[in-house]
Design a protein around this ligand. Structure first.
Ligand code: BGC
Length: 425
């Protein structure tokens, strides 16, 4: 049975954000930003202080960087040479979960096991040397409440992580204890930053005029340098936890997906835009078109990327996941559907960037600046970048020329090393 035309049109509409909505979302985001600065209880943005500003670019020395934010855990030894230059001396990586072998992120694991696993990877990065002193910068990519650069308490897991015993704890204390258990007392964790903050630090280390850092990957979030204009406070990077932005109208797929997720009611924006969720939303919509509402086929954002970019593979990919044979016409519709989800995602993310840009500009002209972005969706998903640019123009008009987006690849590691260097000030 070919897809119903009406149903397809209806589903596509569900995933469309028109120009008027786009403007409203950007304005609402700016409003929540301002309210959140005054009192986070009045806003859907957590607006978490990072206790770090921008680097001078002159930071030097050898540091350890721990990048903990997705299933792939990384530890790097990085030498900062100043002037935006650095060298990666060693890099080790391991997944926190290998299907059927081990799983440190599921509800069955424990905090101690998780951090012991991390400490063992740190040991690998320093080649088992328990003498030489290292400062460690920790990019921890989950919402955390900080009272200084070291002290970050996990508020709530996101990205479907479920390890008990970490929420509410100071993550660097858990790390320190695990390092100690393994006799690694020469490594001193001194800084914790969110991955968005790491991206901003890494980009600003290399190039001035960068005030916004974002992750557009498995998860999504943005930070910016809050100037605290006309106040005595020094400029500080604020981790907005923009993935939690709520002033969006979820469609029926968003609602159904949210209800079945690890944390219903949380992370509305993130669930509508990030790589972890897009494939599943796409699969839910496709199930309706195939007359199998409610069936989960396990599509990922990587499948979506292939569907969008390789027209001749669509039939094969859909057949492998759903068992259905599609007509050429329906294959084109599947491609259009995947595109619609990506375009919605890029437009929503851009609206949040513009909310920040408006706030930073105030009544002045938009300043020339770069937005630093890292993440697989931004880097690899077809249609993402071009739709960010398009939405920037739609929202900013001529001022869009002042903004460019730059890929800050690997910013999580470099940013953590920079934060460790800055922790000595
Ligand atoms: C987390 C953020 C993080 C983002 C990108 C979200 O789920 O809440 O802290 O920055 O993912 O990794």
């Amino acid at each position: 049975m070919p897809f119903s035309k009406e149903l397809f049109a209806d589903i596509k509409k569900e995933f469309t954000v028109d120009s008027e909505q786009l403007h409203e979302i950007a304005a609402d985001f700016r409003y929540d930003l301002r309210m959140g600065l005054k009192d986070p209880d009045l806003s859907s943005l957590r607006m978490l202080k990072s206790y770090v500003g921008l680097p001078t670019g002159k930071e030097t020395g050898e540091y350890l960087a721990l990048d903990f934010g997705g299933t792939n855990l990384r530890v790097l030894r990085i030498k900062l040479m100043g002037q935006g230059k650095f060298e990666i001396l060693k890099k080790v990586a391991k997944p926190l979960k290998v299907e059927g072998v081990y799983d440190y992120i599921g509800a069955e694991s424990t905090a101690e096991e998780m951090f012991d696993f991390i400490a063992a990877l740190v040991d690998e990065a320093i080649d088992g040397d328990h003498e030489k002193k290292y400062l460690l910068g920790h990019t921890f990519s989950f919402p955390s409440e900080q009272s200084n650069l070291y002290d970050a308490k996990l508020i709530i897991w996101t990205k479907e992580f479920a390890t008990p015993g970490v929420e509410g704890k100071v993550v660097n204390d858990l790390l320190k204890e695990a390092l100690h258990r393994q006799g690694i007392d020469n490594v001193e964790p001194t800084a914790v930053i969110n991955d968005t903050v790491a991206v901003l630090l890494a980009a600003a280390y290399k190039q001035p005029d960068t005030y916004i850092g974002s992750i557009y990957a498995t998860g999504h979030n943005t930070c910016y340098l809050e100037p605290y204009a006309e106040s005595a406070d020094a400029p500080m990077i604020i981790n907005m936890e923009s993935g939690g932005f709520m002033k969006l109208i979820p469609n029926r797929f968003d609602k159904e997906f949210d209800a079945a997720s690890e944390k219903p009611g949380e992370q509305r924006l993130e669930k509508m835009v990030s790589g972890r969720y897009m494939g599943e939303l796409f699969g839910m919509a496709l199930a309706e078109l195939l007359g199998e509402k409610g069936k989960a086929y396990g599509f990922t954002s990587i499948d979506m990327s292939a569907i969008i970019s390789e027209a001749d593979k669509v039939a094969e990919i859909v057949k492998a996941k759903t068992g259905h044979d599609l007509t050429a016409d329906d294959c084109a519709k599947v491609q259009e559907l995947a595109g619609a989800l990506v375009i919605r995602s890029a437009r929503l993310v851009t609206a949040t960037f513009v909310g920040i840009i408006w706030q930073l500009a105030g009544s002045d002209k938009v300043q020339k600046q770069h937005i630093a972005i890292d993440g697989s969706v931004y880097e690899k998903m077809p249609l993402a970048k071009e739709n960010i640019m398009r939405a920037l123009s739609e929202l900013l008009g001529e001022d869009a020329a002042a903004i460019d987006t730059v890929l800050e690849n690997g910013g999580s590691g470099l940013g953590a090393a920079i934060a460790a260097a800055m922790s000595q000030n």
